[in-house]
Write a protein that binds this ligand. Structure first.
Ligand SMILES: [Zn+2]
Length: 191
C-alpha cells in the first residue's frame, strides 16, 4: 500500500478500505511518520447536488490518547471516484467530457453528464478548474504514458480534449479513467 500524503489516500473501494483497516497498526502516520498509533475514526460524509448524503471516504486518527504516543492528528482516506470539494463524482465528470467531445455545448454536456440536477451556471467553474489543472494533469499523465496524437485543433476545446484522450490511453481498462487517475497517482484530479 502506498504511503499516504498528509492530504490523504485514495482507495478504489470499500473492500480495499476494509483491507487497509486490518493493517492500520502497521501503517505510518503521514503527519508524524510513526507506526502503531493509527485508528479508524469514522466516515467522511458529503452531500450530492440534490442534497442527499453520500459516503466520500473515511478518517484515520493518529492516537495521542492515554499513553499512546501518536500526534493526535487525523487524515482522510478518499474513495477514488470522489472529487475534492465537489458534489459530483469522477464518472460524472468523465460523462461530461465525453458529451462535450461528441459536439454538445458545455451546458448540454453538463446536463448529459450529470446524473443529478445541475444548475446551468455550475458548468463554467468546472470548465475553469479543468483549464487551470491542465499543465499539472499533463505532466502526471506523461509519467504513465506518452501523450496521444490529437486531431482536435479547436483552441479552447483542444487542450481539454487532449487530456481526455491521454487519460483513456493511460488507463485503457478502467471503467472511469478519472477515478483510476486518482487511485494511481494518489492526487486529486482537480485542485
Ligand atoms: Zn501521527
Amino acid at each position: 500500500m502506498r504511503y499516504p500524503k498528509p492530504g490523504g489516500l485514495y482507495l478504489s473501494s470499500a473492500a480495499e478500505y476494509d483491507k487497509y483497516k486490518l493493517n492500520l497498526k502497521l501503517k505510518k502516520c503521514p503527519h508524524c511518520g510513526q507506526v502503531g498509533f493509527l485508528n479508524a475514526h469514522g466516515f467522511l460524509w458529503g452531500k450530492t447536488a440534490d442534497g442527499s448524503q453520500t459516503l466520500r471516504g473515511w478518517r484515520v486518527f493518529c492516537s495521542n490518547r492515554g499513553r499512546r504516543g501518536g500526534c493526535g492528528r487525523t487524515f482522510s482516506i478518499h474513495r477514488s471516484n470522489v472529487l475534492r470539494r465537489r458534489s459530483f463524482r469522477a464518472p460524472q465528470l468523465r460523462e461530461f467530457l465525453k458529451a462535450l467531445f461528441r459536439g454538445q455545448s458545455r451546458h448540454a454536456a453538463g446536463v448529459a453528464g450529470w446524473l443529478e440536477p445541475l444548475r446551468p451556471r455550475s458548468v463554467y467553474p468546472i470548465w475553469q478548474a479543468l483549464q487551470r489543472n491542465l499543465p499539472r494533469l499533463r505532466s502526471l499523465l506523461c509519467r504513465r504514458s506518452p501523450p496521444p496524437d490529437s486531431r482536435q485543433s479547436d483552441p479552447i476545446l483542444g487542450p481539454v480534449a487532449q487530456i481526455s484522450k491521454h487519460l483513456s490511453c493511460a488507463f485503457p481498462k478502467a471503467a472511469c479513467p478519472i477515478s483510476a487517475f486518482q487511485a494511481h497517482f494518489q492526487e486529486p484530479f482537480l485542485i
